[in-house]
Design a protein around this ligand. Structure first.
Ligand code: ADE
Length: 238
């Protein structure tokens, strides 16, 4: 199968690329072709029976949309796995914990002036759901590895949230468990093209006043945890 592995920042996909100072997760990725397209670099590689297309979009919904669509339409991805970090909103989520999105929404999409709910535009839906099969697979991996994987709602927006009142608003409006800046955009693209997808995030901060410092400190470690989980999923995908 041709599988896209996508992150938003270089640090989020670095564990796959051996650029990291950590032990590389995928030695196989040493031998990859780098292709520049539309302002991003895509890495084509083989991993076991899979053909992988790996890349990072740069931060935000527009960049994520471009990269997800490119991976599908230009590089022929038949499945997309997203790996990266998020701000924790659910108090159960501590830094380093893993969350798999069960639903994604856009917290900054707002045509409430026309009487619509937050996160909704006509012909769309507030929430988009990832592949049930991939969520099931993730649960199997978590059980085998004795990882406490939380499934929950991820709210996406073009904003790094470092403010308790904004965080609480997003939590209360969308019942969000975590916040990030790309997942729902990827979800909308994959749903439009009928491509099964999965969004994994490891918590880097708790989206309040200490978020910037925590993000800088834990980005690398949390990215490693998320990537490592994705590799274990790859091992199980037929
Ligand atoms: N990604 C990681 N932490 C985040 C935060 N606090 N806000 C938005 N995106 C994030």
């Amino acid at each position: 199968m041709r599988i896209a592995i996508m992150g938003a920042m270089l640090e989020e996909v670095e564990p796959f690329l051996e650029l990291s100072e950590h032990e590389p997760l995928l030695k196989y990725f040493k031998k990859h072709n780098d292709i520049e397209y539309g302002g991003n670099v895509y890495h084509e590689a083989k991993y076991k029976n899979h053909e992988i297309i790996l890349g990072y979009s740069k931060i935000g919904k527009v960049n994520a949309t471009l990269t997800a669509a490119t991976m599908i339409e230009k590089f022929g991805a038949e499945m997309l796995l997203f790996t990266g970090v998020a701000g924790g909103v659910n108090p159960k989520l501590k830094i380093g914990d893993l969350i798999a999105a069960t639903q994604l929404c856009q917290h900054d999409l707002d045509i409430t002036a026309f009487g619509h709910p937050h996160g909704y535009v006509p012909e769309g839906a507030v929430y988009v759901k990832p592949s049930a099969n991939l969520l099931h697979l993730a649960k199997e991996v978590a059980d085998e590895k004795d990882i406490d994987l939380i499934g929950g709602i991820i709210a996406t927006g073009d904003q790094f949230v470092a403010d308790k009142s904004r965080k609480d608003w997003i939590k209360n409006t969308f019942e969000a468990d975590a916040i990030e800046m790309e997942g729902a955009a990827v979800a909308v693209v994959c749903e439009a093209f009928n491509i099964p997808f999965f969004i994994m995030r490891s918590i880097s901060d708790t989206a309040d006043e200490g978020a910037v410092e925590d993000f800088d400190e834990f980005l690398k470690h949390s990215s490693q945890r998320s990537s490592s989980f994705i590799v274990s999923m790859l091992d199980k995908i037929k």
